[in-house]
Design a protein around this ligand. Structure first.
Ligand SMILES: [Zn+2]
Length: 273
């Protein structure tokens, strides 16, 4: 057999041999490429599955874990970013009144998820508000300047706070952290207990500032906000108007974290009809 094989090779003309070698190279290259693509697909799918599993592990945690992670993230934020000074008493009272109007309409299970929902208002020109796991919501006074004075401005402020409460109740921060430390979470699920899982999530709290909510999470928070606003008899028009204002007077940072503001405003209005 070996002789036949050799004969077949040596019988070929030099050009035919070159052609055959080229074909073989191409085949090898194609096989290598196929292998590389398969490896990348497997890696991506594996990472996706791991991230998905980690999110579910985080969602299975008791609400106390959110409170612990949220507190660590707030401490970190205060240390690393030196948040502005507390807002004026009038600004704080205004935000607290609007916030309490909303938290008074949370369902028992939602309120339990937040533990002690609370508000922190700080002097900062940025137009922003954000919620940490466990329910601490931060309002920067630039947001108050943007929504305008009460009573008209309160409708917009209420919309933003309802949306932020949605992020906390739906545990988006916890899910984002879990995804970012998915591999460690997987190890803890297999070899550890609830305390170790909480510790892993708490260790990831310092990354929370750099993690962004997905588009789906923004939609979920909008839907939660709209439901909460309706429950309180306020309607979701304020949230829709705030989102629209992002298009007419863009806030680059906020638009990158809250994409497709106009589409979301239209969606809210359609749902309200
Ligand atoms: Zn959001």
């Amino acid at each position: 057999m070996a002789a036949c094989y050799n004969a077949a090779v040596t019988d070929a003309t030099p050009a035919a041999r070159g052609f055959s070698a080229k074909q073989s190279w191409r085949r090898t290259l194609a096989e290598l490429l196929a292998l590389a693509v398969a490896a990348v697909l497997l890696f991506v799918a594996g990472r996706g599955c791991l991230g998905y599993a980690a999110e579910h592990a985080a969602l299975a945690m008791p609400p106390a874990a959110d409170a612990k992670v949220g507190k660590l993230a707030a401490d970190q934020l205060r240390r690393a970013h030196s948040l502005g000074a507390p807002a004026t008493e009038a600004q704080t009272k205004r935000c607290e009144r609007v916030f309490e109007e909303l938290t008074g309409h949370l369902l028992p299970a939602e309120a339990e998820m937040l533990g002690a929902a609370r508000l922190t208002v700080v002097t900062d020109a940025s137009v922003n508000a954000f919620a940490l796991p466990g329910g601490e919501v931060f309002v920067l006074t630039g947001l108050l300047d943007r929504v305008g004075p009460p009573p008209e401005g309160d409708a917009l402020l209420r919309g933003v706070l309802a949306h932020e409460l949605g992020h906390a109740v739906l545990r988006h921060g916890m899910r984002n952290i879990a995804r970012s430390v998915a591999f460690t979470i997987a190890l803890r699920v297999v070899f550890g207990g609830v305390d170790q899982l909480t510790a892993t999530l708490a260790a990831g709290a310092s990354q929370l500032d750099g993690l962004r909510n997905s588009r789906d999470m923004e939609t979920e928070a909008d839907d939660f906000g709209a439901t909460l606003l309706r429950r309180g008899g306020f309607g979701s028009e304020g949230l829709a108007q705030f989102l629209e204002s992002l298009e007419s007077q863009p806030v680059p940072e906020l638009l990158s974290t809250h994409p497709d503001a106009r589409g979301r405003a239209m969606r809210l209005r359609e749902a309200a009809r």
